[in-house]
Write a protein that binds this ligand. Structure first.
Ligand code: NAD
Length: 494
């Protein structure tokens, strides 16, 4: 595969980095230690900027600011309508800056610039609008009185929130976390991933411009074991909302248990199945399978990394998949023709390559791909393995890259059993024209999102989260508001 870099000048298209410090209590400040870390451009492996490195003492200061803003600041005391107005203004400012924000995500995370600009960032702004619309509809209920007593519930903001997010979707995950917490009236500290701090700091600046009061939204870049661990073990954070790996999710739960028993919500990994039945349109099914896997170069927690095809059309689907994967355009994320940019960083690149080598050693057949593309940066060919056995590592582990494990099945029962044969349960896809099959499989798969004849269709109003080791708690939808709220029952004599 050739690296698509027809527009070579784009390698120079690095926006000026305006925000590279911690955002605490409404100001950009240096870290206490004065230490900084590099953030790298995955297109060429070069340093983009140095960012202030938050550590425990910085998290402490940010939490103190958030606590003060919660205990005595205006945000939790405003009416929902007032909060909504400011959130709407924030969303408008995001819309006005989509080009610069998309460029930041392209150079920091290797995101396709045009997709970020036209889809991801506008959708993130709409998530903010969705929760702005919910801010004045949060209410408790009046309960039936029991003879001498009358009772009602109050829905109160839970307090100070700690958000910890990964690097694969810096903009959408920022707003997935922050928006419902803002609507609920909480204050918060967010730690972006060390690989991708740039857009989060820009959003902090926009939040201030929009009128979000000081201390309500603090953004502290830093590393997991230091800044991240300081959040999960903090005694004054009421809930930690995490998106990332199972391993870190486990550490966060332990830290929460050992500190103040803060609430925990975990959105973890996946190894999602896409099941294609005999009655499917071969071309469309292959297209969907590649879209499900290769969107954001496979660095998507719901990537359709296990594809099960019924035996009647298996050979045809396999042929189509290979044909389309070979024609897939890998290259510069700023080029509008590019379909797949570079993996987010060197670690991720090396991890994916080592899984590919493992797949070959395990005896799977490499149908296409398997290699790096180009001589610089972290590009990998769309890779498809067939003859995959369910106990192979490439069928079990989340690779988080453009690597598909293709498998054949005979019956619907077999498909369900294989699809569920994973420790994960984040998402699944079904391709069939048969409503009975679609319904049966939807109900039988243990996963939080099921896509029928579609994949990766997400929406601010669609709850998103995992079964099994993909975590618990839901992001998005009205469901997500509840993790930032407490229910208080008030009882009074009649
Ligand atoms: P990761 O778990 O290593 O890191 C995620 C975040 O946790 C980063 O901000 C990191 O700094 C922080 N962190 C690391 N160690 C920590 C610690 N000890 N304490 C507190 N915080 C710590 O994940 P990753 O490899 O960067 O991201 C990929 C993972 O994220 C994949 O497993 C993917 O499936 C998952 N993911 C899930 C969803 C979802 O919604 N379910 C969405 C996107 C990504």
């Amino acid at each position: 595969t050739e690296l698509n870099s027809s527009n070579n000048t784009s390698l120079l298209k690095i926006p000026t980095i305006k925000y590279n410090k911690l955002f605490i209590n409404g100001d950009f400040v240096d870290s206490i230690s004065g230490t900084t870390f590099e953030t790298i451009d995955p297109r060429a492996g070069e340093v983009i900027a140095r960012i202030s490195e938050g550590a425990k003492e910085d998290i402490d200061i940010a939490v103190k600011a958030a606590r003060e803003a919660f205990d005595s600041g205006p945000w939790p005391r405003m009416s929902g309508v007032e909060r909504a107005k400011i959130m709407m203004k924030f969303a408008e400012l995001v819309d006005e800056n989509t080009e610069e924000l998309a460029a930041l995500d392209a150079i920091d995370a290797g995101k396709l610039y045009y997709i970020a600009k036209v889809i991801e960032i506008p959708s993130a702004a709409n998530t903010l609008r969705y929760y702005a619309g919910a801010a004045d509809k949060i209410h408790g209920e009046v309960l039936k009185s029991s003879g001498q007593f009358h009772a009602y519930t109050l829905m109160e903001p839970i307090g100070v929130v700690g958000h910890i997010i990964p690097w694969n979707a810096p903009s959408s995950l920022f707003f997935t976390k922050v928006s419902p917490a803002l609507a609920a009236g909480c204050t918060m500290v967010l730690k972006p991933a060390e690989q991708t701090p740039l857009s989060a700091l820009f959003y902090a600046h926009l939040a201030k411009l929009a009128g979000i009061p000081n201390g309500v939204l603090n953004v502290v870049p830093g590393f997991g074991p230091t800044a991240g661990a300081a959040i999960s073990s903090h005694m004054d954070i009421d809930v930690v909302s995490f998106t990332g790996s199972v391993e870190v999710g486990r550490e966060i739960m332990q830290a929460a248990a050992k500190s103040n028993l803060k609430h925990v919500s975990l959105e973890l990994g996946g190894k999602s199945p896409l099941i294609i039945f005999d009655d499917a349109d071969v071309d469309k099914a292959a297209e969907l399978a590649l879209f499900g896997l290769l969107t954001n170069k496979g660095e998507v927690c719901v990537a359709s990394s296990r594809v099960f095809v019924q035996e009647g059309i298996y050979d045809q689907v396999e042929k189509k998949l290979v044909e389309k994967a070979k024609a897939w355009i890998v290259g510069d994320p700023f080029d509008p023709k590019t379909q797949q940019g570079p993996q987010a960083d060197r670690n991720q690149f090396e991890k994916i390559i080592s899984y590919i080598e493992h797949g070959k050693k395990e005896g799977a057949t490499l149908l296409t791909g398997g290699k790096a593309v180009g001589s610089h940066g972290y590009y990998i060919e769309p890779t498809i393995f067939s003859d995959v056995k369910e106990d192979m590592l490439i069928a079990k582990d989340e690779i988080f890259g453009p690597v598909m494990a293709l498998m054949k099945f005979k019956t619907i029962e077999e498909a369900i059993k294989s699809a569920n044969n994973t420790r994960y349960g984040l998402a699944a896809g079904i391709v069939t024209k048969n409503l009975d099959i679609a319904n049966t499989v939807s109900r039988s798969i243990r996963a939080g999102v099921i896509w029928i004849n579609s994949y990766l269709a997400l929406g601010s109003d669609i709850p998103f989260g995992g079964y099994k080791m993909s975590g618990f708690g839901r992001d998005l939808g009205l469901e997500a508001l509840h993790k930032y709220l407490q229910v208080k029952s008030v009882v009074t004599p009649i």
